[in-house]
Design a protein. Structure first.
Length: 278
């Protein structure tokens, strides 16, 4: 097992941030990480500057269908944003420090608010595919924490508080925005598992017992690193399927993509209207 070298890792973060900064016309204040099938939002950015992940020094590359692998910077509703079309997952074989690498780069670029989105399975039986769920809290069942190892003091403290991992202020604004648009939102707890297998029905029953409402394979590491760095976080899950055992049918990734496609207009409308308020 290789030893984590904090100095080398910090230098890599700085090199990646420098490469991106030299191509931007303005410092971004809001970061967005777009999950499976939700990258369409990046197409609405004004004055877009697009950088492929593989061009950026030390940046990982997305390998999953529905994750485009581009960083897009520009304006949304008058606010300066930087958007990840696609993200990285532990199940792709990346270490947790690589999965969260872009969040720390965003911090170095000036980002103070982060919107994370994902495609998730509905664990709460009252949910239906196509629902949008505001994440109120999370449960980390990945077996990994991105802050293990030497603390990166320039980003945050050794023992960060996670009482309010997902900003109450931002959640309130999202609910108010949905109400203005005549949209119904769910709010609940997101549980993260390693994947890439979908969960078993027995695992889903366990998640229901411990208070989870939706399940996925991402988001939690990025949120932990964002909160460590003092970034305010808003999380939105698109419920793309019901979790294993709730309906009498198998699960597959094409269903996830189809549902994301079906709700994309609603999702876009919500995010575009909340960004100016953040």
């Amino acid at each position: 097992m290789t030893t984590f070298d904090a100095a080398t890792f910090t230098h890599q973060l700085e090199e990646a941030a420098k490469y991106i900064r030299e191509r931007l016309t303005e410092e971004p204040e809001i970061g967005l990480i777009l999950g499976s099938g939700l990258g369409i939002l990046a197409d609405l950015i004004e004055q877009p500057i697009t950088i492929r992940f593989e061009e950026i020094p030390h940046f990982p590359v997305s390998t999953v269908v529905g994750h485009a692998g581009e960083l897009v910077a520009g304006k949304v509703a008058g606010r300066s944003v930087i958007v990840m079309k696609g993200r990285f997952h532990l199940y792709e074989g990346y270490g947790v420090e690589k999965v969260t690498f872009p969040v720390r780069v965003m911090k170095l670029l000036g980002v103070s608010k982060l919107i994370v989105t994902n495609a998730a399975g509905g664990v709460n039986r009252s949910y239906v595919p196509g629902d949008l769920m505001v994440i109120s809290d999370h449960i980390n069942l990945l077996g990994r924490n991105p802050l293990v190892g030497p603390n990166l003091d320039r980003f945050g403290i050794r023992f960060p508080d996670m009482t309010e991992a997902y900003s109450k202020r931002m959640r309130k604004l999202l609910h108010e925005t949905a109400e203005e648009l005549g949209m119904k939102l769910q709010e609940g707890v997101y549980v993260a598992l390693l994947g890439p297998t979908y969960e078993t029905p027995a695992e889903i029953r366990m998640m229901q017992a411990i208070g989870a409402d939706a399940v996925g394979m991402s988001t939690v590491p990025e949120v932990i690193v964002a909160r460590h760095a003092g970034i305010e976080v808003l999380g939105i899950s698109c419920i793309t399927n019901m979790a294993a055992g709730i309906l009498d049918q198998p699960l597959d990734h094409s269903e996830v993509m189809e549902t994301a496609e079906r709700v994309k207009e609603q999702f876009l409308n919500l995010v575009l209207h909340v960004i100016p308020k953040l």
